[in-house]
Unconditional design. Structure first.
Lengths: 342, 342
DNA sequence: CTGAAAGCGCTTACAG
DNA sequence: CTGAAAGCGCTTACAG
């Protein structure tokens, strides 16, 4: 007799869909459909189910939903660094559009490592998220294949590319580098250096554009490139600046591939009494915190981080909803901000 | 006849535990136990199962696991900001210890809002994570109750508190504020100001300690406190500094509650030709990027962000494993870094 | 130490 | 438009 009452052995205590359905006087599947807003449910049922859900304080169990539907409410975002605001700014706006839509944003930090990124992709794809946002295009062939094979919608941010089935949001890093060179040239600088750290693909693309313009004018000097794979930082910028000025005191324009490097250079210039921009003009990149306020105020390239995040998330949303986006690649441009340093 | 072969209608294509078990010649439950490393499985079985899993490239389905076991592999971390490196530094080391242990780190950004934090807590608790790391103690009573009632292990970071069942990792913000006051006093500053933004609880605690020391020496002047709830930034620091110097040109020492404010002040001082520390000594807080390199180099308080994250994650791990930690509250201290600005 | 059964809480696919 | 059945891929609790 006791066995005749099937007792739920492992209930979690939280209300289930079944209880909501019972309270609303419908089947569980109707309750499910009503809650998900599927059009095929009669309006009076929808109202009853919603009320029951509210009364019971019902929240669907994501694990059960993921298991049954073979899809999850997660979106994985892969960025190279958590301490560089270039990426956290984008992340912030990705969050702002995806969370209200009910997605959980999973953050993977690749630490600028292709191998680490491949591992993360493997990890996230083990239980396929609804979508994925990755940074740029510099990844292992395996990583690329994993994403393709998974069928998970994917948007690339920070760089542009033209290829079938590739969705991206960014701006032309090379064009930005060109714009910097043109600005330095226009203000009369003849011996222009490119100083870069980290040396990720985007950094190199900026250098490419910069170099291209100088070459075109016959003013390119390979000796004026200072490159190091070390992580970019203010302190490093100061060091590289000093090394360069010692080796080539004739340099009159410098493009630092990231603002932190440029800020460090400004500090050292100040400390050594070198005049910027009179003696040497300095241009940074990204318009990070401090660049508008330092001494002298830094001329730099403002990059549309928040907008890239927002647009990438929007693009992903349409991909998830299987609505082909109007354009697979959206160029958000950049803006040269001329301040005092160049 | 066709009906006699039960066909899996909705297989995901990925190998399942059942396939691993079949290949290893054991039951699924034995395979499950072997893979989870439960001691009750014979070593030869463990070996066979592990080999089968490897051969099949098996990765357990987290959703199924979460549903069956009513627990998840997620740990939720709630921080007030993603752009402030104080928190991303901690996050980084939390990741470093939790990911290798198989946990997914869910990041919730409260934007310094108690209500937003309460919503996030409600959201995460809807499918209880294995554990939770939250920032400080300033939250709504409801948020506190939700956490308590959930039974989810929780560690607080960035602040210290003594209370039954409360686990925390941090340092005394008030003591740090005291140390700054004592340093300024020791170098002869008599009219010391406290400049703060954001005004979160930790910021106020630093101010408390600072004030306390001045009061004790009979040198406290309420007119020398400049407080604004606006978000802390370099630009804001410059503005507040200028306002203060205009209103009270006699001030000879300033404690900025965060380094970005202090850095902004340094820039303005430089621009106006005010000498630091001769005319006015400046101390910051947190030892953020740039503080070691700016002009003059900033005297500040180094806070153990990475270590707090690491320790908080370790503490949480022992809580999850139901091993009571040796101490519920761990004080990691802080360090006054005396450089050039004070 | 090993396993057959039941169940976690949803959704899919098939009917009607 | 609504529903009964089956299933998603694991783990729990109970036996032996």
């Amino acid at each position: 007799m006791t066995a005749s009452t099937p007792r739920k052995t492992r209930a979690t205590g939280r209300p289930t869909l079944e209880e909501v359905a019972r309270r609303a006087g419908v089947s569980t599947i109707t309750a499910s459909r009503a809650l998900r807003g599927l059009a095929s449910v009669g309006p009076e049922y929808v109202a009853r189910v919603q009320e029951a859900a509210r009364a019971l304080n019902y929240v669907a169990n994501p694990a059960a939903r993921a298991l049954a539907s073979a899809r999850s409410d997660a979106v994985a975002v892969l960025i190279p660094s958590l301490t560089n605001n270039v990426f956290t700014d984008a992340l912030e706006s990705i969050h702002a559009v995806l969370r209200p839509r009910g997605f959980e944003v999973l953050i993977g930090n690749t630490h600028y490592s292709r191998d680490a990124e491949e591992d993360l992709i493997r990890h996230y794809l083990a239980s396929p998220p609804s979508g994925m946002i990755v940074t740029g295009f510099d990844r292992t062939e395996t990583a690329r294949r994993l994403i393709d094979a998974s069928g998970v919608p994917c948007v690339h941010m920070m760089e542009l590319a033209e290829a079938a089935g590739v969705y991206c949001v960014g701006f032309s890093q090379a064009s930005a580098g060109e714009a910097v060179a043109e600005h330095l040239l226009a203000r009369g600088c003849r011996r222009n250096a490119f100083v870069a750290a980290q040396l990720d693909l985007r950094m190199m693309q900026r250098g490419e554009g910069f170099r291209r313009v100088l070459q075109r004018k016959g003013l390119y000097d390979a000796d004026l490139e200072v490159l190091t794979p070390a992580p970019s930082s203010i302190g490093l910028g100061g060091q590289l600046f000093l090394q360069l000025m010692e080796r080539r005191p004739d340099v009159d324009g410098i493009f630092f591939g990231n603002d932190d490097l440029a800020q460090g250079a400004l500090f050292e210039a100040c400390r050594r009494g070198m005049r910027v921009p009179e003696q040497v003009a300095i241009v940074g990149f990204n318009d990070l915190a401090g660049s508008a306020d330092c001494v002298p105020r830094l001329t730099t390239v403002r990059t549309p981080r928040a907008e890239m995040g927002r647009t990438a998330a929007g693009l992903l949303l349409s991909l998830i909803d299987r609505e082909p986006p109007s354009r697979p690649a959206v160029d958000l441009g950049f803006e040269l901000i001329v301040r005092e340093s160049a």
